[in-house]
Ligand binder design. Structure first.
Ligand code: ADP
Ligand code: MG
Length: 421
C-alpha cells in the first residue's frame, strides 16, 4: 500500500481522536508505513508510541512491539483496545498468560484480528513463540526503549542484545523500528548496530525543554534546611525530591513532615500497597512532595510537577535529564534543583567497585560528565543539549536564559586558582 493513498490525518483522528501530529510523528509514520527501517529519537513524552501504533493499525498483519516493562505494555494495550470494538486488536504475550489465554492470542493473530502484539524480550526467546510468529504475517517490529540494548544506556538489558538474531528468525525482511529517548551518540550507534539497521532513516527531535529552569547548588551540611526553605517558598506546588538511598528518603520525608510540609516517601523497599498509596496521593494532590529513590517516576504522568530536586546528584546526565524531565510536562514552570558535592561522586564510584571492569569504565565516564555538568560555568541547558549532540545558542534558542549560570554568571576565576601548589 502506498502511503500517498492514505489520509494519515483521518486515520489519526479515527483511532486516537487527535487533530494534529506532534513534532516529527507524521514523517516517522510515513516512513514506517512504507516499510523502511526507522530510528526514532524523541524525549520522553514526545509521542513515540503513536509512531508505531498508527502504522500498525493501518498495515496488514501484526506488528510486534518489544517493550521492557510489563506494566507499560498493559497500559498501552488497554489504551489501544479503547479505539476498537474488538479486544483482540492488541495483545500482550508474556509469561503471565495461562494456556487458554495464549491460545486466544494466537488465534487472534492467525485470524488477522490483532494489529499490535506486545512482547517482553524474554518471551521472544522462547522457541515455540518464534515458531509461531514465523508462520503468521508480521507487518514490522518495533523495539521500544531501544537504549536497553546498549551498555552505555541507563537501563541495559542483556535480553535486548539478542533481538536482531530473533527477528531474523521470525522473518528475513521484517522492517525494524527502534525508538528511544536516549540521544547520546554512543547509545545511538549501539542501537543501530545491534539491531542491524544502519540503513535506517533516523528521526531526531530536539531535547530542549525550554520551560525548565536548571540550577545546581553546592551541597553543604545545611542541605535539608535549604530544601525545606525551597519547598516552603513553593507551597502548594507538586514536587519530587530524589535521594540515592532508601534510608535518606525516609529521613528526609520525615524532616519535611516535621516541618509542616505534606510529604511522603517512595522507594522499592516499601510494600506494594504503600507505594501505590503514596503514588496516588501525589497524583490526587493529597501530598505536595514525594521524596523518592529513582524507583519513582517511570510511567508516571503528572503534568503539573513544578519542581524536581536532586538531593544527591544522579549517576549520569541521561538520568538527570529523565528525572528533571518529569517537571513541567504541561509546559508550565518547572524548577530543577540539584545539590552537588564531589564526595557524592566518590560514593557513586564506590558502588561500582564490585562490577565488571567494562561496566566500571562506562560508569566512570558517565560520572565524569556529571562532574563537568555540576562544575561548569557554561549554560546548563547548552551543556545538556551538547551532551545529546545538539547545538544550542542561548541568544536565539528557546529557554536560553533559563539556568543559573546564564542568570547569575559565576565570577571569572583568577588564573592563580588553576595553579596546583
Ligand atoms: P513517549 O513514548 O515518547 O514518552 P508517549 O507515546 O507515551 O510518549 O506519548 C506521550 C503523550 O502524548 C501521551 O499522553 C499521548 O497520548 C500524547 N500524544 C501523542 N501523540 C499526540 C498527538 N498527535 N496529539 C496529542 N497528543 C499526543
Ligand atoms: Mg514511550
Amino acid at each position: 500500500m502506498s502511503v500517498a493513498q492514505i489520509d494519515l490525518h483521518a486515520e489519526l483522528k479515527k483511532y486516537f481522536g487527535f487533530s494534529e501530529f506532534k513534532g516529527l510523528q507524521e514523517d516517522v509514520i510515513k516512513n514506517v508505513v512504507e516499510g523502511n527501517n526507522t530510528f526514532v529519537i524523541m524525549p520522553t513524552g514526545g509521542g513515540k508510541s503513536l509512531c508505531y501504533q498508527l502504522p500498525a493499525l493501518i498495515k496488514e498483519g501484526t506488528a510486534i512491539v518489544v517493550s521492557p516493562l510489563i506494566a507499560l505494555m498493559k497500559n498501552q494495550v488497554d489504551a489501544i483496545r479503547g479505539v476498537s470494538e474488538n479486544d483482540g486488536i492488541a495483545h500482550v504475550l508474556n509469561s503471565s498468560l495461562n494456556k487458554t489465554e495464549v491460545k486466544r492470542v494466537k488465534e487472534d493473530i492467525t485470524n488477522g484480528v490483532t494489529k499490535l502484539l506486545y512482547v517482553a524480550p524474554e518471551s521472544l526467546t522462547k522457541e515455540e513463540n518464534v515458531e509461531f510468529l514465523r508462520s503468521v504475517t508480521i507487518s514490522f517490529m518495533a523495539v521500544d526503549e531501544a537504549h536497553c540494548i546498549s551498555e552505555w544506556g541507563h537501563d541495559f538489558r542483556p535480553e535486548y542484545r539478542n533481538l536482531r538474531h530473533i527477528i531474523k528468525r521470525i522473518g528475513d525482511n521484517i522492517p525494524i523500528v527502534g525508538l528511544t529517548a536516549t540521544a547520546t551518540e554512543k547509545v545511538q550507534e549501539d542501537i543501530l548496530k545491534s539491531l542491524g539497521i544502519q540503513d535506517a532513516v533516523t528521526f531526531k527531535a530536539s531535547f530542549n525543554r525550554p520551560n525548565l529552569y536548571y540550577e545546581v547548588r553546592p551541597k553543604t551540611k545545611n542541605v535539608d534546611a535549604d530544601i525545606i526553605r525551597f519547598v516552603k517558598q513553593n507551597e502548594g506546588k507538586s514536587g519530587i525530591i530524589y535521594c540515592l538511598s532508601r534510608k535518606r528518603v525516609e529521613e528526609l520525608a520525615q524532616v519535611l513532615q516535621v516541618n509542616g510540609i505534606k510529604a511522603v516517601p517512595y522507594h522499592a523497599g516499601l510494600d506494594a500497597k504503600t507505594r501505590v498509596k503514596h503514588q496516588d496521593m501525589f497524583l490526587m494532590e493529597d501530598t505536595d512532595v514525594v521524596v523518592a529513590t529513582i524507583a519513582f517516576g517511570m510511567g508516571i504522568d503528572k503534568p503539573d510537577v513544578r519542581f524536581v530536586i536532586h538531593h544527591d546528584i544522579p549517576k549520569s546526565i541521561e538520568s538527570y535529564y529523565q528525572e528533571t524531565g518529569r517537571a513541567g510536562r504541561d509546559g508550565g514552570e518547572g524548577h530543577c534543583l540539584a545539590y552537588y558535592a564531589y564526595k557524592d561522586i566518590e560514593k557513586l564510584e564506590k558502588f561500582m567497585a564490585g562490577k565488571p571492569v567494562a561496566e566500571q569504565e562506562i560508569g566512570h565516564a558517565l560520572l565524569q560528565e556529571v562532574v563537568a555538568f555540576a562544575e561548569t560555568s557554561v549554560s546548563r541547558r547548552k551543556f545538556i543539549l551538547h551532551y545529546f549532540g545538539e547545538e544550542f545558542d542561548n541568544e536565539t534558542g528557546e529557554g536560553g536564559d533559563m539556568d543559573d549560570n546564564v542568570r547569575f554568571p559565576k565570577p571569572q576565576k583568577e588564573a592563580k586558582d588553576d595553579v596546583k601548589v
